[in-house]
Design a protein around this ligand. Structure first.
Ligand code: AMP
Length: 279
């Protein structure tokens, strides 16, 4: 396996590849959630590239860009053991030769971003789409693997690929959780012991609300109240119900095509966590 930090060497390596190329874009601090994407990519492709890049243009002012966990050597050994051919870990200056406000960006439409995570993180999905598009171009990937944990991101990237005719297959991968239900996230590293217990209420709320729905309750007001009650120790940014295909937000009744999406902050370290569940 090679660790590559520049575009020239990446292109040279990629040009020697034979067969299909799987790409797993990440920001590093790899955990079993990332590993599930990597394992699937290795299984389905002749060559796999994992990118490890904490993408500054998807972070807003005051967000955790500086403290985001960075552990390239550990990430690289996970990738090597999984059968990855290239870890692409460029410096910011290698990816962006200019300031964000002087770069050509891919901006998803207002309807897709003016809700859920996009609402509290203006410009976030411009940064995500732009870096992902660069990675698609640089790696010439046949398939790219994304987790359903970032459901709005997955929706927006699938839309970008369709709208701009990228010649790539997007492979959605299920959410990987700890045995007690907490969705794995690189940001879980920020949590204190007490917060780890409180954070567990996010997945508990989602599972409980799914059970309530399965028992016949469809009213979104009632289902939302159930979530809020279980998450009362968290600072809830949003609980929304959406159609999982169109991502249109729903107000009245949930059905079998509904996804519940949550973002919430923990009380001590103010860590922002997201999770979702399909009904
Ligand atoms: P990140 O490093 O957080 O940008 O995530 C890189 C990719 O891993 C994204 O496609 C995420 O959706 C995916 N991912 C992160 N956490 C999980 C998880 N718990 N289960 C499945 N996929 C995940």
């Amino acid at each position: 396996m090679k660790i590559i930090d520049n575009i020239k060497d990446l292109k040279a390596e990629i040009s020697c590849f034979k067969g299909s190329i799987g790409l797993v874009p990440t920001m590093g601090a790899l955990h079993d959630g990332h590993k599930s994407l990597i394992d699937r990519a290795v299984k389905e492709n002749d060559n796999v590239v994992v990118s490890v890049f904490v993408n500054p243009i998807q972070f807003g002012a005051g967000e955790d860009l500086d403290k985001y966990p960075r552990q390239l050597q550990k990430d690289a050994s996970l990738c090597e053991n999984a059968g990855v051919k290239i870890v692409f870990a460029p410096k910011v200056s290698e990816m962006y030769s200019d300031r964000k406000d002087n770069l050509t960006l891919i901006c998803p439409p207002y309807d897709a971003v003016n809700k859920l995570c996009g609402k509290s993180r203006p410009g976030h999905f411009d940064g995500v789409c732009s870096v992902v598009a660069k990675l698609f171009n640089l790696t010439k990937a046949t398939r790219a693997y994304f987790g359903q944990k970032d459901a709005q991101q997955l929706f927006i990237i699938k839309k970008m690929v369709k709208d701009l005719d990228f010649d790539i297959e997007i492979v959605p991968c299920p959410i990987v959780r700890e045995s007690d239900g907490l969705a794995l996230s690189s940001r879980n590293k920020y949590l204190t012991e007490k917060e780890r217990k409180i954070a567990l209420n996010i997945s508990k709320a989602l599972f409980s609300t799914k059970n309530l729905f399965d028992s016949g309750v469809k009213d979104i007001r009632t289902l939302t109240d159930n979530c809020l009650e279980i998450m009362k120790e968290l600072d809830v940014e949003y609980i929304e119900f959406a159609d999982r295909n169109s991502f249109e937000l729903l107000q009245n009744e949930a059905d079998n095509n509904t996804i519940i999406l949550v973002a919430a902050r923990t009380p001590e370290t103010n860590t922002r966590l997201i999770d979702n569940i399909n009904l």
